[in-house]
Write a protein that binds this ligand. Sequence first.
Ligand SMILES: Cc1cc2nc3c(=O)[nH]c(=O)nc-3n(C[C@H](O)[C@H](O)[C@H](O)COP(=O)(O)OP(=O)(O)OC[C@H]3O[C@@H](n4cnc5c(N)ncnc54)[C@H](O)[C@@H]3O)c2cc1C
Length: 402
Amino acid sequence: MVTHDITVVGGGCIGCSIARSLADRSDLDVAVVEKEHQLAAHQSGRNSGVLHPGFNYEPDSLKAQFATEGTARMKTYAAERNIPLDECGVLVVALDAVEEERLNTLHAQARENGVETEILEDEAEIEAHEPHTSGRAALYAPGAASIDAVQYVHSLARDAVSLGVDFYVDTCVEGVSRTSEGYRLHTSSGDLRTRYVVNAAGLHADSVASAFDVGEDLQVVPFRGEYYELVPDRRELCQSMIYPAPDPELPFLGVHYTRRTDGKVIVGPNAVLAFGREAYENTDVNVGDLVETLSYRGFQRLIASPKILRVAWDELHKSYRKERFVEAARKLVPGVRGADFRKSYAGIRAQLVSADGSLVKDPVFEHASDSTHVLNAVSPGLTCSLPFGDHVSKAVIENFDR
Ligand SMILES: Cc1cc2nc3c(=O)[nH]c(=O)nc-3n(C[C@H](O)[C@H](O)[C@H](O)COP(=O)(O)OP(=O)(O)OC[C@H]3O[C@@H](n4cnc5c(N)ncnc54)[C@H](O)[C@@H]3O)c2cc1C
């Protein structure tokens, strides 16, 4: 039976970044196991592909630190590896006085985090950046960029392979047994022996962790984000990226426009409770996952909040009724019509919810005996993946040596 020093479960941007960093910093024999046939099959390949410079995150938080550093490092990395990246900048648009005040908060945060931003104070300044957008004011962040996320993950994996990492695809970890030297992983393609396990299983990270008795008071709640895209002859409505001013309590909400590196303009995502961790269509249901979510105390507490219930209802409407989605999108680009949109792909966010019903906002990982568990690679996890991967791999090496 094959034996490795460290086995990383999950071939998304976080698992591949950790594996690459482990192999780069140590002589350990590292492997990655991925249940799908391809890497980046879930969150890492089904997102907006935006590098978010850290203007949106509380100063001194891990997220602000990783997003700022991650954006800069990914730009250099993409240039070195020929990964498509478009440094087009983002416009965050305020429609009323309350939202305008939020822009000032973001601008101040950006200064503290060392991110360049500029406040555009009238329609003319906004139109100079985005001719079809109107608003009361906007924040412009020139450092935001769009990247081909799938090519990025494949490149991380190629780096890892060249550093000696073994990849096993089509290999799902289905169970774990403790051995005198570490663990035996029971996978869909046979058993693997490993001295140490790193869990980077994304939407399934909590389930994998529970096999190690880790993260019992936390659960992943899957939220589906659905996208439309503009039909080709209306793509000129968005030149770069156009976002609404975020609600500080629910910053991931808000339909936005993103010009991707392949020239498509995607609009979305919304955020609806998914009836399964991989329920990409609004008709998909995984009964086991759904029961797990609905019976979780943390989820019940989360939806007991009137604000969350109202938002959930609103987002559900956007999922089932295109006109509600178009209405939300028209707030940023008034000239857009229903016929300009066609359905595109969907992604599912692994939203970690704690037992008290709060949404966990910062990246989280926990060590246990001979294992480390990335429980929350929260958005913008793609942007953060290089520094977060280094951060976790350093901690793993320390824990491994202990
Ligand atoms: C709709 C949406 C939009 C987003 N937009 C952005 C954005 O614009 N910018 C940004 O920075 N971030 C964005 N994010 C967040 C970002 O995509 C994630 O934070 C990041 O991809 C998480 O990566 P990951 O490697 O942890 O998870 P994943 O990519 O989900 O990888 C986990 C992997 O583990 C595998 N796996 C699970 N269980 C097992 C098992 N038992 N055995 C073997 N393999 C297993 C899965 O198949 C999967 O490939 C977005 C996310 C979503 C969903």
